[in-house]
Structure formats: C-alpha cells, structure tokens
Design a protein around this ligand. Sequence first.
Ligand SMILES: [Zn+2]
Length: 91
Amino acid sequence: MVEGRSIPLYRCTPPPSKESDMTSLLSPEITTVPELTDRCDRCSAAAKLVVVLTSGGELAFCGHHGNRHRDDIVRVAERIQLEEGYEWAGK
Ligand SMILES: [Zn+2]
C-alpha cells in the first residue's frame, strides 16, 4: 500500500469584499455646458442641472434642488448636464 503525498484541496477563500460588489451600479454620464436655459421643475429658478432620465424624460433643477435631490438624481439619471461653475454635491 503506497501512500502518496496527498495534496490538500483547500481552496483559498478570498476575504469577503462587499465594497467591490457595489461597483456594478451604473453611474450617469456627466457633462458640463456653458449655459442652461431650463427652469427648475420645483421652484422655477434658473436650472443649474438637467437630468436625462433612463426612462426617457428630462428634469431640471436649480443649484439648491439639484444638491438636495442628488441621491435620487443619480439613481434615475442616464445623463446629467451641469452648468459650468456649478459645484454639484452628487458628483
Ligand atoms: Zn429649485
């Protein structure tokens, strides 16, 4: 009876990395334009941010509402246009 050297079949389990799983989220394409002529859909101030929705529609936000709704915007946006000089908090 020959006893060969058995190679343990242990598989190296990589450490769980939950963070890397989150990268599957699509992030919208962000462009900057010199000027926006739209008005905010919420308060009709001059728009600083226009969102093209994945569903096909469009939404415009002023600086105040753009920042306030940034989480929702990122979730539904396919593309985002920012007016030049506007520091959007959702970027
Ligand atoms: Zn507004």
